[in-house]
Ligand binder design. Structure first.
Ligand code: ADP
Length: 262
């Protein structure tokens, strides 16, 4: 299960990289194709008559540039991220299922506990991405407890007033993953949500888990919050909007995270 997670994170990284490269490359091949078309328009007649070799060269160039454009289109298709599909989710049911999955995946040295009140309102988010995000957070928690400890999956209703940075006022469900691990020193904590920032060996960390969690929370109309005490442990919370009531609009695909670090 762990390897699959790492693989998914690497794929995601590759997707982002490919998307960036494909986008730039697409612009380059579009410019080359436009230049070739212009040359053909201005000098096509003359070339066909006086310099057939040059005309052929131009046709070959166009073919190569078109092949390049097709490659970058394929790369863009690969990199295109799935749209978030928001649905109503029962937090209690979600975390119960996850507890069972995680007990297998990261147990038994690490205990997986549940801290959920009897009744909770539904939240609104993309279920698959929310599950992936929580699993990534739990894997981080496990990594922070090499000698064992407890991961707690929690949920509670939370109210955002005017105070906290970056959240529209309203009702939220706060889901959290808490650990009793190493915690983070301030220098690590302040960079933890940066893409590709990792303190783990190269074959273990991609540095994408928290940056993806941050982006997911922001795109869902919520927020990621991290509290960490060196030597005591870390709690990472996802504030996600309640399904009932006014609904913060889902942000566009490019939404940047805005994690609150405590
Ligand atoms: P990765 O786990 O691949 O390193 P992340 O973006 O998920 O990438 O985390 C970045 C860094 O933040 C980690 O390398 C680690 O130093 C720190 N970190 C994340 N979660 C925890 C945690 N629960 N406890 C301690 N440190 C953490």
């Amino acid at each position: 299960a762990q390897d699959r997670l790492r693989h998914a994170q690497k794929l995601e990284a590759l997707g982002q990289l490919a998307g960036g490269v494909a986008h730039d490359f697409n612009n380059v091949s579009a410019a080359v194709l436009a230049g070739i078309a212009l040359l053909g328009q201005r000098h096509g007649q003359a070339l066909a008559g006086a310099a057939p070799g040059t005309a052929r060269l131009l046709a070959e160039l166009r073919e190569v540039a078109e092949r390049g454009a097709a490659i970058s289109r394929r790369m863009l298709a690969f990199a295109r991220r799935e749209e978030l599909r928001a649905a109503e989710i029962d937090p209690t049911e979600l975390l119960r299922n996850l507890q069972a999955i995680l007990a297998n995946a990261i147990g038994p040295v690490v205990r997986v506990a549940l801290d959920v009140p009897a009744a909770l309102p539904a939240l609104r988010a993309d279920r698959a991405q929310l599950e992936t995000t929580l699993i990534n957070l739990a894997v981080n928690a496990r990594d922070a407890m090499p000698g064992g400890g407890t991961v707690t999956l929690g949920a509670a209703v939370a109210e955002a007033g005017a105070d906290p940075a970056g959240l529209a006022p309203g009702r939220y469900v706060r889901l959290w993953v808490a650990d009793t691990g190493t915690g983070m020193e301030p220098a690590v904590l302040s960079r933890a949500t940066e893409p590709f920032f990792t303190t783990k060996p190269r074959d273990r960390g991609t540095g994408l888990g928290l940056s993806m969690a941050d982006g997911f929370a922001a795109q869902s109309g919520g927020q990621l919050r991290i509290e960490s005490r060196p030597g005591l442990g870390t709690t990472v919370s996802l504030w996600l909007p309640c399904a009932a009531g006014q609904r913060p609009a889902l942000a566009g695909g490019e939404a940047r995270g805005r994690a609150l670090i405590v």
